[in-house]
Design a binder for this molecule. Sequence first.
Ligand SMILES: C[S@@+](CC[C@H](N)C(=O)[O-])C[C@H]1O[C@@H](n2cnc3c(N)ncnc32)[C@H](O)[C@@H]1O
Length: 189
Amino acid sequence: MTKGILQFAHQLLKNTIQEGDTIIDATCGNGHDTVFLSKLAGKSGHVFGFDIQTEAITHTAKRLQEQSPHKNTTLIQDSHSNFLHHIPVDKLTRLGGAIFNLGYLPGGDKQIITKSDSTITAMEGIMTHLKPKGIIVLVIYHGHKGGKEEMQAIMKYARLLDQKQFAALYYGFINQKNNPPFILAIEKK
Ligand SMILES: C[S@@+](CC[C@H](N)C(=O)[O-])C[C@H]1O[C@@H](n2cnc3c(N)ncnc32)[C@H](O)[C@@H]1O
C-alpha cells in the first residue's frame, strides 16, 4: 500500500533509528514531528529540535508536554545551520537521523520560510556527523513563494552526491495538483 508523504517520512526514520540514537528535528514548527521523534528516541535516545521562531518553540514545547511520555528533547531557538554549536559531542557521535519539514510555519507568518543556503549548510553538517546507515529525511514543500528556488537548489545538491557515500531517494506523487510536497531522503552508506 502507498503511504502518505508524512507517514512515509516517519516510516523511514522508524526503520533507521536505533536505541540510544540522537535525532535532529531541523524545523520544529508546531511540533508534530518533534513529538514523533521523542517517542521514537525513547528513554535512552535524545532529540534536538530547532526553529528560528519563538512561536514554533512555544508550540512544540506545549505539544511535547501534552503528548510525549519522555523528557528526552532539547529545543533550541536558532537556525539549524548552527546545530553544531548546540549538540554535545557525546550526543553528536550517536546521530542516527534528522528530519527537515521545509517551508513556512502552518498558521504562522508565511514570509518566514526555510531557505536553501541554511538548509544545505545544515544538511552538509548533518551528513558529516551521521552514523553509517543514518538518514536525513526532507519533506519538500515548493508551492509557496521562495519554495521552488529552495527545492531546485536542494535537488541540484543531492543529485551530485557521491553514490559511494550516500543514497539519495525521491518519493512523491506525480499526478497530484498544486505542487504537492515530496520526500528527499539521504542515507549515509
Ligand atoms: C513547515 S514548518 C515545520 C513543521 C513542523 N515540522 C511540524 O511538525 O509542525 C517549517 C518551520 O521551519 C522554520 N525555519 C525556517 N528557517 C529555519 C532555520 N534556518 N532553522 C530552523 N528552522 C527554520 C520555520 O520557522 C517553520 O516553523
